[in-house]
Write a new protein. Structure first.
Length: 139
């Protein structure tokens, strides 16, 4: 069995942002030499998510609006976590709702997606550098 590890680095200049990371994940799969296996994609930070969906601008805007309405950042005093001196209590909750990580199938050396599926990094507390782990195992 082969194993391959790659770390992607992102710096989102805004508090919330979404990045299509499919090309980077596909490149890691190609680098791995794995033809049949699995690819784990995991943000290595507790205020970020990785998910699979359509790369459509309206949907990305809808996500930002939906999560901000459901789990608003302001007023920051509403979040007990923020009593630690941080202001990102909402980002932790948004991460739980969107999800932490994805596991993707690799078939014939490529990501095995359905129509329109893409891999995204979702940032809920940006303005600093963060990492995403891509771990590939298989034959």
């Amino acid at each position: 069995m082969k194993s391959h590890r790659k770390v992607l680095t992102f710096h989102i200049p805004t508090r919330i942002g979404f990045v299509n990371i499919t090309p980077e994940v596909a490149a890691a799969v190609a680098e791995s030499g794995v033809s049949e296996g699995l690819c784990l994609v995991n943000p290595m930070h507790i205020t970020a998510s990785v998910y699979v969906n359509d790369d459509e601008g309206g949907l990305l805007s809808d996500y930002e609006r939906f999560f901000e309405e459901l789990v608003p950042h302001e007023p920051t005093a509403r979040w007990r976590h923020n009593r630690t001196g941080e202001d990102n209590g909402d980002a932790h909750v948004k991460r739980q709702l969107m999800g932490q990580q994805v596991v993707l199938a690799i078939t014939a050396g490529r990501l095995d997606f359905g129509p329109w599926e893409q891999v995204f990094y979702a940032e809920w507390d940006g303005r600093r550098t963060k990492r995403v782990l891509v771990k590939i195992i298989g034959e």
